[in-house]
Design a protein around this ligand. Sequence first.
Ligand code: ATP
Ligand code: MG
Length: 569
Amino acid sequence: MRVTGFPLFTSREVPADAEIISHQLMLRAGLIARLGVGLYTWLPLGLRVLRNVERVVREEMDRIGSLEVLMPAVQPAELWQESGRWNRYGPLLLRIKDRHEREFCFGPTHEEVITDLVRREIHSYRQLPVTYYQIQTKFRDEIRPRFGVMRAREFLMKDAYSFHQSQASLQQTYDAMRGAYSRIFERLGLSFRPVRADSGAIGGAVSEEFHVLADSGEDEIAACERCDYAANTELAESRLPSPAGEPPADHEEHETPDIHTVAEQAEILGIPITKVVKTVVVMADNEPAVLFVAGDDALNMVKAANTLGASEIRLAEPEEAQRATGVPRGFIGPRGLPEGLRTLVDARAAQITNFSSGANRKDYHWVNLNWDRDMPLPEVADLRTVKAGEQCPRCDGHLVITRGIEVGHIFQLGTKYSESMNATVLDVNGHGVPMIMGCYGIGVSRVVAAAIEQNHDERGIIWPVPLAPFQVAIVSINAHRSESVRSEAERLYEALGAAGLEPLWDDREARPGVKFADMELIGIPHRLVVSDRGLAAGTVEYRGRTESTSRHLPRERVVEFLRSPHQET
Ligand code: ATP
Ligand code: MG
């Protein structure tokens, strides 16, 4: 492409509302343009990058025998009512009505549609296993759209679904998919890590996320420094040393007015924070539950939801907590709670002896409470978020906490959808059995932003070669005045194009500095400069995007130089 026929929408200004570097650079480089909250247009330059991601994804899906389909974005409500998700998916689901007042949604994901397709078309175990995928626009009415295409409302996803007669067959496809995901992210030049992930309300099922490691990531990952254990902190576990035993002491109630935090409680009572058991009241599917965790631990809401079997969980409002326990928040504790309330204690909090907690009486706290002696030990569960430095659950190594951007998610669904939607096949004995399912997503548009988070400098984007919208930038200097510059640039442009090297010729009548800055901002891996001075010596100037000095290549060797494999690095 010639820039005179392929206008760039670059800008020097950092957009005020773009918080992270990829969002800033995507706007400044003219890859995307904002239409509304969480809605973006892909401009010609950005679309070339997006298509590159799609191409790699498609190649690897095809390679493992996944079959491409394209399902409607608009889905009938009835299917979602059948699976039970019409209500459960909540406000994330964009609901729409047609002219006959029939209800639909704009698909945030396609389990229902694919299950409906397969139950109509596939009847015998002999037709299994089968995997379908599509690359398609999704809509999720995110509570907090931000970071541009990273967390948009409308975005491009590759979603795949597999159907099986046996768990062993599902495992096989799951493993193949896992391999394909690793190849995809490797080919795209990303530094990533597969991590164990929460399987949400589905429960019990195996699920892994693929994270691109970046400080701006919204997720936290706990990874062992020694073995390959890595998990989203939503479900990461650690091995804790057993606490030193301590003989039980006599418990006492203390007056503690005006206490608002655990730190204040410890300070006023003159005890370490590790001797505090704090109480958190949550609403799990709108039912109150009272949870106890160690004073220095954070309650993990995902673990709590999974243990309580809730699809939705939140902290109780102060009035809700008071209504459930009869005690103002801040003074609730395990001793003397009303009967019939659901209670859980975290495994670490369950081991603390002689601890302090709310006395279930306004302005009072206990010290030296002990489980079993002073009140029954509630059901014990893992409810805390791990911390950096704790011991790996698998080996003697220690956990480090890093941040990641979730770019993919693979999931063993089991029979959740096939049972609720009655998707069965006849087995070898002629009995109808529900199909076993897997589902596998990649955030195609998010990958573009994630790649920029990992690959940029103060001058702009540094595209990994397979993602680059163009491979080579040709900057011609004074071509409008110099016939020899114009014709050499033209010759190189034709030759590079013929060699499949996707050149972008900046043939504008602009100052060289402007052109250099633009080519660096948009991140083209290789740059050639054609000038009268170079041509007088028979050379063209070359510089790689990450290099700080230029080389002078004999003009007839340029194409060969760019084709040689050492240029890939
Ligand atoms: P997240 O936890 O980031 O909200 P999710 O777990 O809800 O994502 P999945 O249902 O697993 O998302 O969707 C598959 C993939 O689609 C995700 O791994 C992610 O890369 C991408 N994705 C999900 N939501 C968005 C979004 N709002 N904008 C862009 N990409 C998204
Ligand atoms: Mg996910």
